[in-house]
Write a protein of this length. Sequence first.
Length: 270
Amino acid sequence: MDFNIETRRALVTGSTAGIGYATARTLLKEGATVILTSRTEERANDARDRLLKETDAAPEKVEIAFGDLATSKGAEAVVSQLRANGLPDILINNVGFFEVKPIDELEDEDWTDMFEINVMSGVRLTKALFPHMAEQGWGRVVFVASEQSLKPNPEMMHYAMTKTAQVSVARSFAELGKDHGVTVNSVLVAPTWSEGVEVFLERVAADAGKTVPEMREAYFTEGDGTSSIIARFADVKEIAAQIAFLSSDQASAITGAAQRVDGGIVRSLF
Ligand SMILES: NC(=O)c1ccc[n+]([C@@H]2O[C@H](COP(=O)([O-])OP(=O)(O)OC[C@H]3O[C@@H](n4cnc5c(N)ncnc54)[C@H](OP(=O)(O)O)[C@@H]3O)[C@@H](O)[C@H]2O)c1
């Protein structure tokens, strides 16, 4: 299938690791120019070097924009760096943070900080880049949400709340894209083996007196993952494939949708 995105520019937030990095790599392989975001020069340069090595792409096909996307200043900084080389046609709102914290330990700032990074990063960038996409009559926006968007989670209420909010925001932006050729969708991702998840499981395993491989297996045999049909963590490449498809010319009839890439972990028909 020809994604027809060779002339497109794609901004992927949180792309030095995990799902964001894998998405940048897939889009690059499909011919798009990718713009990575990071908070630090070292991590950004390292990701750029790895991408170029892994794909044999021309160096000018990978750009970098710096900024802490948990803040409006950081989002403005990223957008102003983009203006120099051209605004993107594809926006992947991937950056996000997750942690387990019971309600008794959640302070007001935990809720607002989580909201800033997981929801407002996508709101600010979509709002800033949408007019350019609408004006040119072509644009793709994907919000990387979670299976947690669909269900309550008393152990990480603040995280689950942000993932539900993303789906609502994505759908509203999708309706603004009517008659402008701009599609906006969410991808509902289930547990996926990423750098962030590894660090997260190391902490949980230490608290439980178990090893990371033991925790990794236990999640699917006795934890929340028992309903998973694939009974394993997804690979970042599997998530990236769906995000890249939604970013393509071929996905022009898919908008306002929340698509599950969750190995069947959510036991529902739709
Ligand atoms: N992995 C899963 O199991 C899973 C499941 C469901 C949903 N998701 C969602 O998928 C997305 C990606 O998850 P992941 O597991 O791939 O993440 P990850 O491995 O933790 O990767 C984190 C990336 O986010 C960047 N980042 C973090 N805070 C940032 C900030 N304030 N400003 C700019 N960049 C920031 C990091 O960049 P620098 O450190 O270079 O700045 C890094 O590139 C998230 O939205 C997450 O909620 C993941």
